[in-house]
Design a protein around this ligand. Sequence first.
Ligand SMILES: Cc1ncc(COP(=O)(O)O)c(C=O)c1O
Length: 389
Amino acid sequence: MRYSPLVERISGEGSKAWRLHFKATQAALAGEDVIVMSVGDPDFQTPRRVVDRAIEALNDGDTHYTSVDGRLDLRTAIASDHQARSGQRVGPENVVTLAGAQCAIYSAMQCIAGPGDEIIVPEPAYVTYEATVQAPGPKFVTVPQPATGGFRPDLEGIRAAVTENTRAIFFATPNNPTGIVMNRGELEAIAEIAIAHDLWVISDEVYAALTFDAPHISIASLPGMAERTVTASSLSKSHAMTGWRVGWVVAPAEMARHVAKLALCMLYGLPGFIQEAAVEALTNCTDDVEEGRDIYRRRRDLALAQLAEVQRIKCLIPEAGMFLMVDISGTGLSTDEFCTQLYEKTGVSVLNATAFGPTADGHVRLSFAVSDDMIAEGCKRIKGFVSGL
Ligand SMILES: Cc1ncc(COP(=O)(O)O)c(C=O)c1O
């Protein structure tokens, strides 16, 4: 049978790095002694009051079609949350709810770019970005952010990548996998490039609530940026709600209307009971979010302290999020060999960071989405493995 060209554009495998993760997950389900530190799905529960609110709404019969762009209450709660976090003045007319930040980014890309266009993405970048950019037809133009510079943005590289076909600069801050939080100077430089070349910026801020040391800044709050920025976020990481699929775009009102039209022909709105639960999450769960962030910070510090004792590996201190990048190039193993042998010999599954781009070669990504005990045990096994090489 014949398929559309889209099928080709989204067919990149991501990476074989995930195969080891899936193997480890299967082994964990089968009760084997494995420690899965390769994925970023929070290990703690969605706040109880959010679950209760969903159940209440279900019992009240909130099981029908709802407004496609999101109920006013929810869009208002998202706008308030975004405004409080970023300082950018927005209202419900700037918000469209979608099925997670992934769906939000996909939708923004569909409305911004098409065949012949180019989207600049600093790399390493989150694994889905390539297919998400390519789906509507643009070229995925990556700019390496070298490990030697701590994976911080290479602003000259980004500037040099702009051509007459560039439509947008697209990045995540805080970043997955590096845990880098872009600082004001870096964001101002990107803003200046975007304004000079009349570009969109798509800012993925799913980890914004989970910053430890550096403050999170939304590029949309910088002068001249509100009208050219789409901010995507969700409740997945901040509220341990990955499976609920609640995300959104915050965008100029005109852009929001286009995204809403796309939502009409693609998603037709989030379930009502989920939207009610999302309002609860955004309005009454500040303590839960802070508690989650403190847990990740504690686990980060635990992992850093344990791995600091290990010769031949180096950790990049994450400023935010739930991941730790570890430079394993000093072990003499390739990244793939390190991951495979570590798993086979110790049962610890970490992710080959080249899944996020070639610049991350020589690094593995560890997740803090497992208990403190598991982190301690996982790091102990990593230490044993590296010492035995
Ligand atoms: C940087 C980044 N963006 C987007 C997503 C997708 O999040 P969501 O569950 O809201 O679709 C993830 C998930 O891991 C992520 O790490």
